[in-house]
Design a protein around this ligand. Structure first.
Ligand SMILES: Cc1cc2nc3c(=O)[nH]c(=O)nc-3n(C[C@H](O)[C@H](O)[C@H](O)COP(=O)(O)O)c2cc1C
Length: 323
């Protein structure tokens, strides 16, 4: 495949650093921030294949708006789809390819949220091997972009190896494994060594994900897993500069002034790209970044009341904003 950016990144010989998909967080402003800190690949928030299917005649639908991006300011951009109906994935893959034009399309096989599982999507789709295969086939048949999958270490009776054996003949370009099982949810130790057992059954690029909150853990995960790269989740929410730390192999000590300045840049981007009303969503993102600052709980209690750029500036001025 000519446009397989995954293989090109792998050839660089350095670990591929990706911002893992996170609904409510990995929007255009945050992807731009992580790209600037050195993320090689940035995933969108998960988008519903079914919503794209039902709104296929409307080019200005909410889901397409959610997925817009800026080619100049974002690294390799991967749109993640969730759903369970292969016909919906077929239409969604065509729409994304033609209208959003990202670098790749990813399929969600890991989401543990009740309302997603109830639709037979996310981690529920991982344990439905026949349907999972049909969804991947439908996506591959309707795009010329590289297709990747994101799975868990295990969902129900189906572990990563069983899942991969079932699709090993399909041309899937990359795989992100969240090293926790469905029953672990988002807590507990991820199994990084799982990549070693997955490798014989998957020929593309493999990223390991889960609990990569600092440079030391990232280093250990790469050693243990021999993965081609890492997917950073909540570690990047708290410290988007973690990409730079891992890339440059050095600690970056961000103090109050750097964090305040980052919060300001982020809020300004949100306001410019999504409108001032979106600062309400930014509140929860801001709360992640202030962890560990002196007086964090007081700052957090003020940030959760923000509804305008004026509010943001007033609060950050009290913490030494000098932009
Ligand atoms: C708030 C939140 C939203 C998430 N949304 C998605 C999503 O849309 N698609 C997906 O595949 N995984 C999603 N995840 C899972 C993450 O991509 C990642 O697999 C998980 O958080 C484990 O990595 P971590 O321990 O580094 O956070 C989400 C996780 C969080 C915390």
């Amino acid at each position: 495949m000519k446009n397989n950016f995954w293989e090109k990144l792998k050839k660089s010989g350095k670990p591929i650093l990706a911002l893992a998909p996170m609904a409510g967080f990995t929007d255009e402003p945050f992807r731009q921030i992580c790209s600037a800190y050195g993320a090689d690949v940035v995933y969108s928030e998960m988008a519903s294949a079914t919503a794209l299917y039902f709104h296929r005649e409307n080019d200005d639908n909410e889901t397409l708006r959610l997925l817009k991006w800026n080619e100049a300011k974002e690294s390799k951009y991967v749109v993640q789809l969730f759903g369970s109906n292969p016909d919906h994935f077929a239409v969604a893959a065509r729409i994304i390819t033609q209208k959003i034009k990202p670098h790749g399309i990813d399929i969600n096989f890991g989401c543990p949220v009740g309302k997603v599982l109830k639709q037979g999507a996310g981690a529920d789709l991982m344990r439905n091997l026949t349907r999972a295969r049909s969804v991947i086939e439908a996506t591959l048949a309707n795009t010329n972009l590289p297709v990747s999958v994101k799975i868990r270490a295990k969902s129900g009776e189906v572990d990563a190896v069983t899942f991969l054996k079932n699709v090993s003949d399909l041309k899937v370009s990359a795989l992100m494994i969240h090293g926790r099982t469905l029953s672990q949810g988002f807590v507990g130790d991820p199994d990084y060594a799982i990549v070693n057992s997955a490798r014989p059954h998957f020929h593309g690029v493999i990223l390991i994900n889960g609990g990569l909150n600092d440079r030391e853990t990232a280093k250990r995960a790469l050693e243990v897993s021999e993965a081609d790269g890492l997917g950073l989740g909540r570690g990047a929410l708290a410290r988007p500069w973690l990409f730079e730390e891992i890339k440059d192999n050095r600690d970056i000590a961000y103090g109050q002034s750097e964090i305040v300045s980052l919060l300001y840049r982020h809020a300004k981007l949100v306001s410019e790209l999504k409108g001032e009303g979106a600062l309400v969503e930014w509140r929860k993102q801001a709360c992640w970044s202030v962890q560990g600052l002196p007086g964090a709980s007081r700052l957090r209690s003020r940030l959760v009341q923000v509804s305008s750029m004026e509010d943001v500036i007033n609060i950050l001025n009290d913490y030494g904003l000098n932009d």
